[in-house]
Design a protein around this ligand. Structure first.
Ligand code: ADP
Ligand code: MG
Length: 710
């Protein structure tokens, strides 16, 4: 086996060049190196992979615009006049008259304006040649571009007559994201020079090129073309290559996780189903088709000796708990222990109470383990074996379970609302000699196209059907002036016996301010809803008190629960059919959807009132989306549109490499290719799957490919 230490640098030593700190590049100089560092760019490779966000075709500039256009233009002209003047409120406007250079004759003008941009004024002077990029609009008789991007053409460096090559002109020119003190022109020049000085092999090793079957060009050539393409076609091909590279690396990590999980020896944990049948027989409702299907999928996994590694994906209210419990009962019947982990104390408690109610009559021993409470049920000894055998069969808890409890025969671990946990904790479960079966459940609406990225290391089951007989949820977004109407509306429903949630955002999470803000909130609402009883729930309420509050709300001893997002996940009280969310614009779409999932659980029609002060197009779209749909997947798509995939992927939290240029939605077909290639690599080369190779795995893969290619 190749040990990591044996990964050799290419013979010319240039791998060291690509990985070099920029400080060692003499011609850059300390000041620039420091500025780049502030920008998060510290090595040669960082700079080489600082990719342009767009390109300008400077082989042929656009002619000066004669009218406004929604499309940006890129023109080149001579500064004929500059002017700066004050206008209302101490603000300053700087404008430049640019003249078109048509052969040798001057024709056509364009006005460029900057407001309160002192630095621009210092940079532009009459007689300069400027490249301008921006959207033209008509102001009176003139054509104007406000705040265009601009760059001076330096006649010395850029070679007026085109007698020498320059990175800046007469080509499809990259525009790199710039920052204070570093212009796009600076970056372009430095990257141009570095590309010339870096050996292709060196960069390829560090970038991790693609398996031969996927690659259409040498990886380093793709990087070069991404900055300085010869044609738009080359640019597209280069982009594809780099995206594939990025996706491939991500899929390698995912494939390695999968390989690691399945390489562990497992055990079959599946009973005959007698206990399951007894349980389902006493449920007050029939299972949905989706629930039955998913239980079958899980049963299949449990009966196999390889460890189950499955994700159950179902929108809020789709009935994941019953599925989880069914799986647990199959494991229990096979003589194993089953554990369920919930992200919050409140939720663990709720699961425990439900399980106790459903399972005590069947003689199953259940235990609750949270940071502050340990409790054991005392069932009739029917199925549970002899009563001396006191070990609990089902253990419900918070994540404290992962670290504290020594399970004797843990056969199945269920992780509820897995997005609240992250990856590391899931891994902690898998440390024993025999891996338990693992089922992770989530309601985070993730577009289907993303599941193979985020959860590519898991098998996925979908609960894509809500139980019948659910009341409809009507959602209304209203501005703050409508709050009194909303309160009156809620009171009407309280008067006929319903319950309500009021959710307010947490502005400051320090203990002191939270308690104070909460007290103020409480005062305000208690007055409005009197004589109905309000209770207050937030992160700083002591755990036992939280349980007591939830219990009273469940029993309808209190009618309004005033809460922060601690109620976001899992809470299930069917009689509560109204939710009012204050400052709704401060929550994300996914979070609003989760919150709203607390209602619409009984047969009554439910109402979600979003009181908001949204004043941006995004904020308003968020509110409209909530009003228009309660379908988790539609919400997820809208969320993706509004926030981009970065947030949703949460790569930092998921432990996956960040994506610099690929978009897992737009480039889903490339993701599929990358996934296939990564899976194949692991199938044909199990050595790569060894855990000790973890950090070097992608490098190893890369090196193999380089060896093949050279
Ligand atoms: P989630 O998927 O959000 O975790 P839960 O498991 O909390 O959903 O289920 C929501 C509610 O629906 C619970 O009160 C549960 O008892 C009920 N439920 C589950 N399955 C069904 C079903 N097949 N028919 C009717 N109600 C169901
Ligand atoms: Mg749930």
């Amino acid at each position: 086996m190749t040990s990591p230490a044996k990964i050799a640098a290419p013979p010319d030593g240039s791998a060291f060049f690509a990985g070099k700190p920029l400080g060692e590049i003499e011609w850059l100089g300390t000041a620039r190196v420091r500025a780049l560092e502030k920008f998060g760019i510290t090595t040669v490779l960082d700079l080489l992979t600082h990719l342009p966000h767009r390109h300008e075709d400077r082989r042929q500039f656009d002619s000066f615009p004669r009218d406004e256009s929604p499309k940006a233009v890129c023109v080149c002209g001579i500064v004929a006049k500059t002017n700066s003047r004050w206008f209302g409120g101490g603000r300053k406007m700087f404008d430049v008259v640019l003249q078109e250079e048509n052969g040798h004759a001057l024709s056509g003008t364009l006005i460029c304006r900057w407001f309160n941009a002192h630095y621009v004024q210092k940079k532009i002077a009459v007689g300069q040649k400027l490249i301008i990029y921006g959207k033209p609009k008509r102001v009176g008789k003139q054509i104007v571009i406000d705040h265009p991007e601009f760059e001076e053409v330096d006649p010395e460096a850029d070679g007026q007559q085109g007698e020498h090559q320059t990175p800046h002109l007469r080509r499809i020119t990259p525009i790199h994201p710039a920052t204070a003190g570093i212009s796009a022109r600076d970056l372009r020049g430095w990257i141009y020079r570095l590309l010339a000085e870096t050996s292709s092999l060196a960069a390829s090793v560090l970038l991790g090129p693609l398996p031969a079957g996927l690659a259409t060009m040498r990886h380093f050539d793709a990087l070069r073309a991404m900055h300085f393409p010869e044609s738009w076609e080359t640019l597209n091909a280069a982009k594809r290559e780099l995206i594939l590279g990025e996706f491939f690396e991500m899929q390698l990590v995912i494939a390695s996780r999968r390989a690691e999980a399945t390489a562990q020896p497992g055990q079959a944990h599946c009973g005959s189903g007698a206990l399951l049948t007894a349980f389902q027989g006493q449920l007050p409702f029939p299972l949905t088709g989706a629930q039955s299907r998913v239980i079958d999928e899980i049963r299949h996994d449990l009966a196999a000796s390889r460890p189950m590694n499955r994700m159950l994906h179902g929108d809020v209210g789709s009935g994941k708990t019953v599925v989880a419990l069914s799986a647990m009962l199959l494991a229990v019947e096979a003589g194993a222990q089953a554990a369920l982990m919930a992200p919050t104390q409140i939720l663990a408690e709720q699961h425990y109470l439900n399980f106790k109610r459903w399972l005590e009559p069947l003689g199953v021993r259940i235990a609750l383990r949270t940071g502050s409470r340990q409790e054991e049920s005392a069932p009739l000894p029917l199925f549970g074996g002899s009563s001396e055998d006191a070990a609990p069969q089902i253990i419900v808890g918070t994540h404290a379970l992962l670290y504290g409890e020594e399970f004797e025969r843990l056969g199945l671990a269920v992780i509820d609302e897995q997005h609240k946990f992250g990856v590391l904790q899931r891994a902690a479960l898998l440390r024993g000699a025999v891996a338990p079966d693992v089922l992770v459940m989530t309601a985070t609406p993730i577009p289907r196209t993303l599941t193979m990225t985020l959860y590519g290391d898991l098998d996925v089951s979908m609960l894509d059907e809500l139980p019948a007989g659910r009341g409809k949820i009507v959602t209304a977004a209203r501005d703050e002036s409508k709050l009194p109407d909303a309160v009156a509306f809620i009171k009407k429903h309280l008067d006929v016996g319903r319950q309500a949630y009021v959710v307010y955002p947490l502005i400051d999470e320090s203990a002191k301010t939270e308690a104070k803000a909460a007290a103020a909130e409480f005062e305000k609402w208690q007055k409005q809803f009197a004589p109905h009883r309000c209770e207050l729930l937030h992160g700083r309420v002591a755990p036992e008190e939280k349980d007591a509050i939830m219990e009273r709300f469940r029993r309808n001893e209190s009618q309004v629960l005033i809460a922060t997002t601690v109620i976001e996940v899992g809470i299930d009280v069917a009689n509560a059919n109204i939710m009012l969310i204050e400052n709704a614009e401060r929550f994300g779409l996914a979070q609003l959807h989760q919150l709203r999932g607390r209602i619409g659980r009984g047969s009554h029609k439910s109402y979600c009132i979003l009181i908001h002060a949204a004043d941006t197009p995004e904020g308003l779209e968020k509110m409209q989306t909530m009003e228009a749909t309660s379908n988790g997947f539609e919400i997820a798509e809208a969320d993706l549109r509004l926030r981009g995939p970065g947030d949703l992927l949460g790569t930092a939290q998921s432990g996956l490499p960040p994506l610099k240029i690929g978009d897992p939605i737009a480039d889903a077909d490339l993701m599929r290719l990358a996934r296939q290639a990564a899976t194949e690599l692991f199938a044909t080369d199990p050595e790569l799957a060894a855990p000790e190779n973890r950090r070097f795995r992608s490098l190893l893969a890369a090196r193999r490919q380089v060896t093949l290619a050279t």
